[in-house]
Design a protein around this ligand. Structure first.
Ligand code: BV8
Length: 313
């Protein structure tokens, strides 16, 4: 008899063997990605409905993009902050937080920047944010090390307010511009593509963007890790310590991630190298490390928001 969370069927044999193994496991990792927050209404990066499909990721999430067009990059991130604030943690976020309270040797490695794991009460000491957070800001000047957790202010500056009610055309333009549209190569725009027409984003002057309160010179930028940037060294060191303290890792759960972004995806290999068995929870059987490369020991297909609370019971 399969146990069925709303639309995701979990074969009971798989479920039983996983839950038995989980019970006897102590050193456990979860590598989570955008799919964990999908059922909270936040679009993933790749695949259906993905954010990146509208733009080449390199266009908006790199230091070069910010240098070339800080206003556009801020509009993208301000919109995502707004959406993340409107979203609510789902049952999977809470289940992982609960597991962390239940199992001392458990740690979540999150690629997500949406703040939902934190809002679900995940103990911070066992939640490692590999790619930063939409709600951190930092100075973009090389010589200035100003960083601030700016606690969910929305918008971060008045000029970045996107009145996102349905009626407002600007908001529709921006919403559509970051929604799922065929990815087409284009000039670095003052505009964003929506399918085949160009959308003028409200002109934002650089002077309207948030400035560093410390050096008074640099623009503030989102406190996320962009492509081509190193992951936070303190976070990497804490994970390294955890890995070194684990003579054996019992289990790694790979939840809602395409495992295409490195070095985050590399933790699956590192865990396996220390004896970990792999459980993959993903909507798409083709697009996960549980198939092919990692030949996961368990594969639960469906919505992480439904499956994770079931299997962690
Ligand atoms: C770096 C923050 C050193 C910004 C992001 C090898 C080693 C080192 C580097 C590289 C390497 N190979 C390539 C690189 C370079 C690059 C990289 O990995 N490129 C990729 C594209 C090949 N890596 C870097 O640049 C990293 N830095 O390595 O520094 C260095 C320095 C200088 C020069 C060279 C190296 C920095 C990477 C961090 C980039 N920042 N985010 C922002 O968010 O705007 S990455 C971005 O993608 C997000 O953080 C996201 O988390 C991440 C990964 O995506 P996923 O979370 O997996 O999401 P995705 O949409 O892809 O997949 C969703 C999955 O969920 C799918 O499988 C889908 O089927 C599933 N799903 C959907 N719905 C559901 C579901 N599952 C369950 N339930 C559902 N409902």
């Amino acid at each position: 008899m399969a146990s069925s969370a709303r639309s995701s069927i979990i074969p009971s044999v798989q479920l039983e063997s996983f839950q038995q193994y989980l019970k006897s496991s102590n050193r456990i990792l979860a590598l989570v990605g955008a799919g964990l927050s999908a059922s909270s209404g936040l679009p993933t990066f790749r695949g259906a409905g993905g954010l990146w499909r509208t733009h080449d990721a390199m266009e908006l999430a790199t230091p070069e993009a910010f240098k070339a067009d800080p206003a556009l990059v801020w509009q993208f991130y301000s919109y995502r902050r707004h959406m993340a604030l409107k979203a609510k943690p789902n049952k999977a976020h809470y289940a992982l937080a609960e597991l962390s309270r239940r199992k001392e040797g458990f740690m979540t490695l999150s690629q997500n920047v949406d703040g939902l794991s934190q809002r679900a009460g995940h103990p911070p000491e066992s939640l490692k944010l590999l790619h930063g957070s939409l709600f951190n800001v930092q100075c973009s000047e090389f010589f200035c090390d100003y960083r601030e957790q700016n606690n969910f202010t929305d918008p971060i500056v008045p000029a970045l307010a996107i009145p996102l009610d349905e009626t407002d055309s600007t908001s529709n333009e921006v919403r559509q511009a970051v929604s799922d549209a065929p990815n087409k190569k284009k000039e670095p725009p003052r505009e964003l593509d929506i399918s085949d027409e160009k959308v003028q984003l409200p002109e934002l002057a650089i002077r309207d963007l948030p400035r560093c309160p410390r050096c008074k010179h640099g623009l503030l930028r989102p406190g996320v890790v962009w492509f081509g940037e190193f992951l936070p060294s303190d976070v990497l060191a804490e994970i390294e310590d955890w890995m070194r303290a684990s003579s054996k890792i019992d289990l790694i759960m790979v939840i809602g991630t395409s495992a295409k972004v490195y070095p985050a995806a590399g933790y699956v290999d590192s865990a396996r190298a220390k004896g970990a068995r792999v459980a993959v929870i993903n909507m798409d059987p083709g697009d996960t490390p549980g198939r092919g490369m990692y030949s996961g020991d368990w594969f639960f297909q469906g919505d992480a928001g439904e499956i994770v609370p079931e299997i962690l019971k």
